[in-house]
Design a protein. Structure first.
Length: 687
């Protein structure tokens, strides 16, 4: 692909941010002489409004980074050594295909794809790759590492990942920002929240950590990790006893009210206060505000569901708007994710028919450490793209042990030599968002965005789709679908009557046609058409059909050996493990930190800035301690997700997290983690 431009002329190319963020910003890249010289938000896109976060505003720095992978590499040292030698694309792909052909013949389920949201694009993230692995008969991947607990909880309650439209938060009079550091991770929602506040709305942040968002809200409810369902049930208790209910909406548009009422009456504020570690009066006042303010809106995010009872908690919170009839107004209700509103033609993109009736085993990506060390059903080959599991997967000691297996054939498609890339047998250079086609939805708004390539790929970098096309050709997969180019894939994502591709080409985005208040008269996409307080589908699996408080696997205060609860929220200037290697952003973050309350630090003789050892039964991690007002007593924050190789001792906080799964959705329990902390002498820096 070439990008000819007259000398000294500039062109502007429309695109979309690829990263795992609900904002999905529209981009404008200015290109001169084939080089990207400026990246800005698209001012014509109402959600982006010309504004980008600090991270993505540095995307050209990331694209042009001196450490970009620009040629295929083959391992030349031990697994994990990070030592490679150059190899041609032809030689690399020929060898990879030859190895996969043998496995396809003998044990196709021994091949596992591992990918997630390194790009949120429908083409580079979940199109040609899925076709390839379906045809191969490889193991399926249960992509659970972020959102399945909350997503399945919403599906069981509201019928899908659906909710109010983000722009209408600007009209709300009360906004509960629940489990979200919106300033850092949902910037454009925060713009609407500020507009609401200027018009007189009250903002309440519910989060164990006193985040930057909590600083700017009118109130902060600093509950203990994993106690959100208890708080939601106590709010229901108060709505019931004070009759702050919309009886008509409950009668006409919900299922299971009598049973939920009985459950909620078991949760007076005093009981919830003891569980949540917050004042009883604060719960009472919050319930009064929610029960008497119209319109009231909840911005729920995924941080609160990364505990054992995360699914139940999301279900309990999702019940609240129906109790007070908040859905009647367009500025009322709840938003966790809008992704369920998009009628994506996934069958056209992914071609599950290529499985040809086979039902391969499914590997849960959140338990990849156990899967890689399972000798009874071994994984023999792993193809990693759009993810960095050695850094981001829980219980990383086991993950590292699995990746270090000399008998595991590992292929990694990457832009940089990440922690995972160090364990590759072949390391294949991947394109960035400025270098390839893609099409994007959002889980925070309701627009579709088109990304056009703005510049030529660096060196020999190639897109994910190109790699899987080439492997398919070498393996003799002759179905016509393996010849689809990227623009064709973009066009196949939506039916023409749903999204006008011409509109996407002209302005870079297109807005779904949706009602302002879709659930004002019920019509939820559940089997009953109602908000399902009681879920027959959940009960049919042997679980409680009603939401309840499910205590953490490792509840705060339950262990004398490990008395501190640890959560690991993202560092403000990183996005998962992306951007960690962008020097300007890493300079802002400084180094890996553990935020700790002054009382917990004093009890352990820990000074601000001291090196600490954080440990539990799964492992240990060293970093600097910051005595911080952001931490409440009994809870510490290991800010993530740093690459392991940049840590003091070659680890990060996931050395401590567990592979145990959530109650609903089979998701990870990163924030269900007890630790102890002690001051130590400075270790030798990691190589």
């Amino acid at each position: 692909m070439t990008f000819p431009t007259p000398p000294n002329s500039q062109i502007q190319v429309l695109g979309a941010c690829p990263h795992d963020c609900p904002d999905t910003c529209a981009l404008v890249t200015t290109v001169q002489d084939g080089i990207a010289v400026k990246l800005q938000g698209n001012p014509d896109h109402r959600h982006t409004a010309g504004v980008l976060c600090t991270k993505v505003s540095r995307y050209i720095e990331r694209n042009d980074h001196a450490e970009r992978l620009v040629q295929p590499l083959k391992r030349s040292g031990p697994k994990g050594s990070g030592r490679f030698e150059p190899v041609s694309w032809e030689a690399a792909l020929d060898d990879i295909a030859a190895r996969l052909i043998v496995l396809k013949r003998n044990n196709p389920e021994g091949i596992v794809p591992y990918s997630y949201a390194g790009t949120m694009g429908l083409v580079q993230g979940e199109s040609m790759d899925r076709r390839f692995f379906h045809k191969l008969g490889a193991s399926l991947l249960d992509r659970t590492i972020c959102s399945t607990a909350g997503g399945e909880a919403l599906s069981l309650t509201l019928g899908g990942k659906v909710g109010m439209r983000v722009e209408f938060f600007a009209e709300a009079k009360l906004i509960l920002i629940w489990g979200s550091n919106s300033i850092a991770s949902n910037l454009h929602f925060w713009r609407h929240a500020q507009a609401a506040r200027r018009a007189g709305a009250r903002l309440v942040c519910i989060d164990p950590r006193k985040t930057e968002t909590a600083d700017k809200c009118d109130e902060h409810v600093a509950l203990l990790p994993g106690t959100d369902a208890a708080l939601a049930l106590a709010l229901m208790h108060e709505l019931i006893v004070h009759d702050w209910l919309d009886a008509d909406y409950i009668e006409r548009h919900t299922v299971g009210w009598a049973a939920l009422r009985e459950r909620a009456l078991q949760w007076p504020p005093a009981r919830a206060a003891a569980v949540c570690g917050v004042p009883e009066a604060q719960i009472v006042a919050l319930a009064r505000a929610y029960g008497t303010t119209r319109p009231a809106a909840i911005r729920l995010n995924y941080g609160m569901q990364r505990v054992r009872g995360g699914g139940n908690a999301a279900r309990a919170i999702a019940c609240l708007p129906a109790l007070v009839g908040a859905w009647r107004e367009r500025a009322g209700g709840l938003l966790l994710s809008s992704s369920g509103l998009y009628p994506i033609d996934r069958a056209a993109l992914q071609r599950p028919d290529l499985l040809a009736g086979r039902s391969p085993r499914t590997i849960n990506m959140s338990a990849i450490g156990d899967a890689l060390t399972d000798t009874a059903h071994p994984i023999q080959a792993l193809v990693v793209y759009n993810s960095n599991p050695v850094a981001v997967a829980p219980d990383s000691g086991k993950v590292v042990a699995g990746f270090a297996r000399e008998d595991l054939f590992t292929v990694v498609l990457e832009q940089f030599q990440t922690d995972t890339a160090d364990y590759a047998d072949y390391l294949l250079p991947a394109t960035t968002q400025l270098e390839h086609w893609d099409i994007h939805t959002s889980y925070g708004h309701t627009d579709v965005l088109l990304n056009r390539p703005a510049v030529a790929p660096r060196g020999q970098a190639r897109s994910n789709t190109w790699v899987f096309r080439e492997l398919a050709r070498r393996m003799g997969f002759d179905e016509p679908c393996f010849s689809d180019d990227d623009e064709t894939l973009c066009r196949s994502a939506f039916a023409p009557d749903v999204v006008d591709f011409g509109e996407l080409e002209a302005q870079g985005f297109a807005t779904l046609k949706l009602p302002d208040a879709p659930y004002a008269d019920g019509n939820f996409p559940t089997p009953s058409g109602r908000c399902e307080f009681y879920s027959e589908r959940l009960a049919a699996t042997g679980q409680d059909g009603l939401p309840d408080h499910v205590p953490n696997y490792e509840p705060a205060g339950s262990s004398t050996d490990f008395p501190l609860a640890m959560i690991s929220p993202p560092a403000r200037n990183f996005l998962n493990s992306s951007f960690v290697n962008v020097r300007s952003l890493r300079a802002i973050e400084g180094e890996p930190l553990l935020e700790i309350h002054e009382a917990d630090a004093a009890a352990r003789g820990i000074a601000d800035g001291a090196t600490v050892r954080i440990y539990n039964q799964r492992g240990e991690h060293r970093c600097r301690a910051e005595i911080s007002r952001r931490a409440r007593p009994g809870v510490v924050h290991g800010l993530g997700i740093w690459w392991r190789k940049l840590g003091m001792d070659g680890t990060n906080v996931n050395q401590l997290t567990s592979q145990r799964l959530t109650d609903i959705g089979r998701g990870p329990t990163f924030y269900d983690c007890l630790v102890e902390v002690e001051a130590v002498s400075d270790p030798v820096a990691a190589p």
